[in-house]
Ligand binder design. Structure first.
Ligand SMILES: Nc1nc2c(ncn2[C@@H]2O[C@H](COP(=O)(O)OP(=O)(O)OP(=O)(O)O)[C@@H](O)[C@H]2O)c(=O)[nH]1
Ligand SMILES: [Mg+2]
Length: 258
């Protein structure tokens, strides 16, 4: 996790912005300890990691209680950078609105780019810029919820920071994690980054329009992912061309009504 990989961020360095807001955004102070400049013995690092995750899980449980009480379906999209999370969200929002009320929390290290793309769909959105941090945590979601004021019976999509490692460890209070893998990444990713595929409930294989041009064996990818997590449910889509999106949208609709 982040204390190990060295990207731990002090909370005052995380900004929360809506499109059009001051480029410096605003920050939220809290008492989360951080480790910049600290050199720890390995055993100490493990103790802090456990502590950070325990604290995260507590806030995630509070978030989950809020979502349950308001009947909000929350999906957390995770993937390596550029797999197509934002594109899939844009297309999904277009197909689900206006019937469904949807809001989005966007996670990136920097820029408002993804939030601006989501805003163009008409959905309320907040961008969390994590600075050097490589994942969203439950407290960032908690603070974003204050900004978004979600209506009852709505859908919240969270797009995590593009990173196939650290976001796997952080429960945000979501109903499910959706891991997106694109066919340009290689079918071996579930074997090489098993924690993410283990943590996920759904696997979307994206950019299937590029299959004729790349060496990517869809069946092998599924098999590798199932070896890690035999509960995974798959969708094969081209977010840009629209192939497979109907099945994906039908599944989201079913989830909302269940
Ligand atoms: N050919 C093809 N390109 C796609 C598809 N989906 C997304 N892309 C392209 O892939 C690039 C990255 O897409 P994004 O949606 O920004 O990916 P992302 O996962 O949100 O990226 P980060 O937020 O940076 O992690 C863009 O150029 C998209 O147009 C697809 O189904 N097929
Ligand atoms: Mg994105």
């Amino acid at each position: 996790m982040c204390d190990t990989c060295g990207c731990s961020q002090p909370p005052e360095a995380v900004t929360y912005r809506k499109p059009g807001e001051d480029p410096h955004g605003h920050t939220h102070d809290h008492d989360h300890p951080h480790s910049h400049g600290q050199h720890r013995h390995e055993s100490r690092t493990i103790a802090v990691e456990t502590d950070v995750l325990a604290k995260n899980n507590l806030i995630a449980a509070q978030n989950r209680g809020y979502f349950d009480a308001k009947n909000i379906l929350t999906l957390n999209f995770v993937s390596s950078p550029g797999s197509g999370k934002t594109t899939l969200l844009e297309k999904t929002i277009q197909k689900l609105t206006p019937k469904h009320k949807i809001a989005v929390i966007e996670g990136d290290q920097q820029t408002l780019r993804d939030a601006e793309r989501i805003e163009a769909t008409g959905a309320p959105v907040i961008q969390v810029n994590t600075g050097k941090g490589c994942h969203l945590d439950a407290d960032m979601i908690h603070k974003s919820l204050h900004e978004l004021s979600l209506p009852d019976n709505s859908i919240l999509f969270i797009e995590n920071v593009g990173n196939l490692v650290c976001p796997a460890l952080f429960d945000l209070g979501e109903a499910m994690k959706v891991v997106v893998i694109s066919v340009t990444e290689g079918e071996d990713k579930p074997q090489k980054y098993p924690h993410m595929f283990d943590a996920a409930d759904i696997c979307v294989i994206n950019k299937t329009d590029l299959l004729p041009y790349v060496d990517f064996d869809v069946e092998k990818c599924r098999q590798y992912a199932l070896e890690v997590n035999h509960h995974l449910k798959f969708f094969e889509v081209s977010a840009t061309k629209g192939d497979g999106l109907n099945d994906w949208i039908s599944w989201v609709k079913e989830l909302v009504s269940s």
